[in-house]
Design a protein. Sequence first.
Length: 658
Amino acid sequence: MKISVAILALVSIAAVALWQIFWRSNPRIPQEGSPMEGTVNAPEFPEGLQWLNTERPLSLRELRGKVVLLDFWTYCCINCMHILPDLKKLERKYADELVVIGVHSAKFFTEQETENIRQAILRYDIEHPVVNDNQMMVWQQYAVRAWPTLVLIDPSGKIVGYHAGEGIYDIFDRAIAETIRTAEARGTLKRGPLNLKLERDKEARTVLRFPGKVLADERTNRLFIADSNHHRVLVVALKDNTIEMVIGSGAMGLEDGAFDKARFNNPQGMAYDADADALYIADTDNHAIRKADLRKRTVETLAGTGEQSRAYPPRPGRGRATALNSPWDVVLIGDTLYIAMAGSHQLWRLNLKTLEAKPHAGTGHEACTDEKLPYSALAQPSGITTDGKKLYFADSEVSCIRAADIDPNGTLETLVGGDLFEFGDVDGIGRQARLQHPLGVVYVDGVLYVADTYNNKIKRLDPRTRRIETFLGTGTAGARDGDNPTFDEPGGISHAHGKLYIADTNNHLIRVADLKTKRVETLQLRGLENAPPPAPHRQPPSQTLEAIAVNTATPTLTLQIRLPQGHKLNPNAKSQARIEAQGATVQGKTELIAPLDTLQLSLPAQLTAERATLNLHLLIYHCREGQEGLCYLYEKRVVVPIQQGGKETTINIGLNVQ
């Protein structure tokens, strides 16, 4: 739970008065068996706020009859991320009675922007309406003091109670069930789901989806990409940027086994052991450390139970019996894997021989204090690297870059940055410099390169002088290549052969920066058809055409594809049409895979019955002219009935790619 000291200082006397009224009347979620009926009217949403995951602003008045749960969150906050699975379970269980509304009250400047919140909604797969409370008006109306805070409102529009912090499912499961029973007895409950148009339904499919981290290895000339929102890892040959392997089926879950069967949940940081040809993966939302054997092409879980640890102080243990808390990045030194454990605000170490896992730095309290390692305090460490002598890490919530001794009896020191509510974009020295939620860091020849995520920049830090300066990026979100590049919340960074490899997360791209020239290019992956995106949330569009009557038994099938303006077929991927024919053949076959090298395809057909059907499954990889690195995948199924006795000699099918 994060408490905003800076924001509390700005809370008005009126808000304090509201706090006293609300929370004295409804101090907490009432105990089980207590009446779930509020006495204080919930304040209405102010007009003029921007809403997401809904086509129009919502009001509590129009939601009368529903149980409403307000989730006050900010998308940087690991505690806010932790309750999202619980919210999803509650939404599923009470789909006809409950409406969850996310009230996004930002901590960081970047988080105030509606488009950035929209990207976070897509990244976290949020399925409920979200209102952008960027001026903290709703926050103050409800006198909220911490992220996350949840407020329960009954069908009469009155506040039942609140809860701040994690571990919400059991609390609100009981409270919502009792609120429903109370409202039903009073005749105030209205059942039926809201019809929402989600942000994800407006999005085109991309081959990469919010890649979180990258790892380049010079020895094997490979690049590993954490394709985080596709729940998999891609292995790429740097010699020609061809995808060699895909680790994970792309389905969300926790499952060991062969690469094509294994499942992950939002994998992030990676460490590679070239001698063993093994990749260690921080499987963040599974709260686990996984090992991918690239020789056997199998995945196994080394540590973590699959459930988030809620112990405080965090408890050490062995292997799969030890609960972890959102491991975000890893680095390998000898037989020890060091872990940036974002969820517990610590660094951990895992002995790969004994599988003993234990804290290395940090008490688990969220703060920024430099002490002996066991007594220091961290705040959501999310990126880690090493020079073999020290561990350098991006401590994201305090917007700092910090250094910890490898010796467990050593100390921790802050190299640059401020504190929990001291952030910005200021180049400089030591604690006077300002970053904004950095997520990535890599050590290269005595220098640290930092993914200053919310500033959309890559910065360069000399750990000896503690001077940090902008290396790449203007600060404006974008995807421009060249000598004046732009990025959009880059989350990961690695190095090989004099180049930086950058996971440009919100752009769904991998960017490559030459350290000497500072010129940036977008990595153009090849062999994309070997790594198709997992199945979308919704079924691909399908269409059954009206029957086409032909006057010949040997018509020509003609497919005409119309791409969005400025787009072309991606030359680095093989688009194709799979055709299954009943009562006919196409090029002499009833099943055919035809490559789509151009926007028009013509194939000879042969009818073998008076009535026939062609089933087309189209996979089209396309990109903007000059932006081949960002590849879109369009998938559609078309059913074409055919009958003899008409005038046509050609079966014409036109397809508009959205």
